[in-house]
Each structure stands twice: as structure tokens, then as C-alpha cells.
Design a protein around this ligand. Sequence first.
Ligand code: AMP
Ligand code: MG
Length: 390
Amino acid sequence: MITVEDARALLFDLVEQQPIEMVPLAQAAGRVLAQDIAATRDQPPFAASSMDGYAVKSSEVEPHAMFKIVGESAAGRRYEGQVGARQAVRIFTGAPVPEGADFVVIQEDTERREDLLTITDNPGAKDNIRPSGVDFKAGTKITSPRLLRPEDLALMAAMNVAVVPVARKPSFALISTGDELVMPGEVPGPDQIIASNTFGLKALLEKAGADVRILPIARDTISSLEAAFGLAQGADLVVTIGGASVGDYDLVSEASTGLGMERSFYKIRMRPGKPLMAGRLGDKPMVGLPGNPVSAMVCGYLFLAPMVFRMLGIEQAVPSFRNAALTAPLTENGPREHYMRAVLDETGIRACDDQDSSLLSVLAHANALLVRDPNDPARAAGEIVRYLPI
Ligand code: AMP
Ligand code: MG
């Protein structure tokens, strides 16, 4: 059995960086920028007023000074003339500061009578002018790779970038395996349960940035599994769920090996999630997840989501753990790394009472995976532990 870290490194070796595609700016949120982009203009493209007021010469600004108003500069419609001695131009926020003016007296510090302006209050030293290019200049770059946030979209729009080079979303095909499974909404037989893993994993992987297809459930026969693998064609990564253990009906290994799967590894020294298998099927990576719902989701967080990030070119693909103080003690850990379902609040973190890997209700209640090293000794309340937010 290999460690979680080694497993992740081997899984990363199976995947490649995604090609680049161009998407309209409005669809670029949450995508990963795949090439540097540069502004094609200065912002603002001219010295602009930051206030509503009057543009004048700074040398003439003092309390009780009087000016003749000679025109108006509005946002989108500049004053074309020059501002001369003892002249003022009515100006609004975002409007170009006219030639000859280098100060905007805010409206609140003035009194206007027809075209006569008087400064009534001390306007201070701030000129209320945004210099040309103060936000960014033509050529200013946004560097890749970068997960694009709403703020980045606003910035790119201001830079006049209308289409954005992003990493194409990796496509995942998810295959549930098991005679006992039916899809949500179907009527299960007396010995059947509902396939749940694919839905949790689809949501998790889409959040990470993948396109995900849920394929029809494969039955526990070689031919059914082969048919499912056939349907997965075209996916960048095939994920099977269940059938990966040592039971008589655990046929994923046999079926995939029969189709020429080259195994990279099988089994990880962790809990839950031990019987994970990975390899290459044709030219595509394949991951066989354990079927227990919590195991499948934990493996999704620890391995599949990082693989998505890796494929998208996000440098920090490895999950980063945080620290918190225990609010309840923990017993000694066994020989495998343990990812305990836990609840984190402002007082600290505590492991959930029942750690059985079939319990989705516990997983759904949890908001963190508390990580225990192999053979970690018993821990008292107050001690600091590592966790992964979920
Ligand atoms: P297996 O690895 O096929 O032996 O599955 C282990 C356990 O997980 C069994 O209790 C299965 O019924 C359950 N299981 C397998 N696949 C799924 C699935 N897609 N959704 C929910 N439970 C599953
Ligand atoms: Mg099964």
C-alpha cells in the first residue's frame, strides 16, 4: 500500500494539462486563465474628475475666489475648449478634465449664481483628479494560470478583453457499478438502494472545474462493465465507483484489465478509501473508487478534485490543510492515515461520533475532514490538529 501523497503524485502522472479554448468574457467566471492577457488601453484613458464640481486652475483656488463658468464636461462628452484665467468648467464624476484645468473644486464648496462661481469653503489640497492610466496602462498584464473571480471579469472588461483564453474543462465520465443500485426517482426492489455517489461526485467535480457525465449504472457482470467503459469513450478521465474490492462481484479490475488497463497502483494506506485503483485505459486515465459513499467522496476531495486542478493548470493543486484546536479528545489512530468526518465551529473542531464509511448523513453534517497521521497517539481537547474544509 502506498501513502496518500504518493498516490496523488502517481495520479498526477496520469493526467495532462488541458488544451486552451477561447470563451466569451461573460462565461469566463470560475474558469482558469490559460495565457497571460494584456490591457489594450489605459484606464482611465484621460485625466478624469473623481467628483461632481468645477474644473479650475489650482493656482487660483482659495476661499472667496470667483470664476466665470464657460462650459460643461460630462462623462462621455468632454468640454473641448481651454480653461483660461478665472474660468471654471462645470464637471461631473468620470468626465475628462479640460485643458488648462488641474483642480476640481467639489460642488459642496461652491456657490453658483448663473454663470458666476464663488468658492465658499476651503477646498483643501486634494485635486479630485484621477490621472490618466492610474488604474492600469495599456500592456498591464493578468498572468496565467489564474482561477478567474468576478473581480477579474470586471478588470478584464475594463481592459477591453472580450474573449478569454481558458483551459478547456476536463470531461469526466462517472460509472456506478452494482446490481443493488437504481437511479434516484426509480422504484428500488426490496434488496436495492439508490446510487448516490455519482451525484455527490458530480457536484464536487463540477465545482472543481470539470464537465461531468453520469453514465448508466453498470451491473456486476463483465459485459455490463465493458459496455459502460464503451460509453465513457471521449472522456478525459473515467471514474468507476464500487466493485473495486475483493468480493466475488468486484469485477472492475477484471473488466478493465481485460480491456487493456495498465495499472498504476491499487490500495492506499488511508481510511476511508483504501481500495482505490488507478491506471491508464487506452490513452486515458482511469480511477476506480471504492463504493462506500463516504470513501468515494473523501477520495473525490483528496484525489479527483486535485486532478481536475492539475489538468486545468492551477499550480496549487494539492489540498491545503488548516489547523484547529480539538474541542473533544481523540483515541489513538491505527496504521492508516485517517480522514475523520468532523464539525468545525468558532470554538474548534471535533470528530463525529460514528466514522463508518457508509454514513452519508454524518458526511452531510460534517464540514471538515480531520486528518490523523498513521499511529497518531490519543489526543486531548485543546491540542492542535490538521483538517481539510469540505
Ligand atoms: P462495493 O465496492 O461495490 O462492494 O461497494 C461497497 C458499498 O458501497 C456497498 O454497500 C455498495 O452498495 C455501496 N455502493 C457502491 N456504489 C454505490 C453508489 N454508486 N452509490 C451508493 N452506494 C454505493
Ligand atoms: Mg458493488
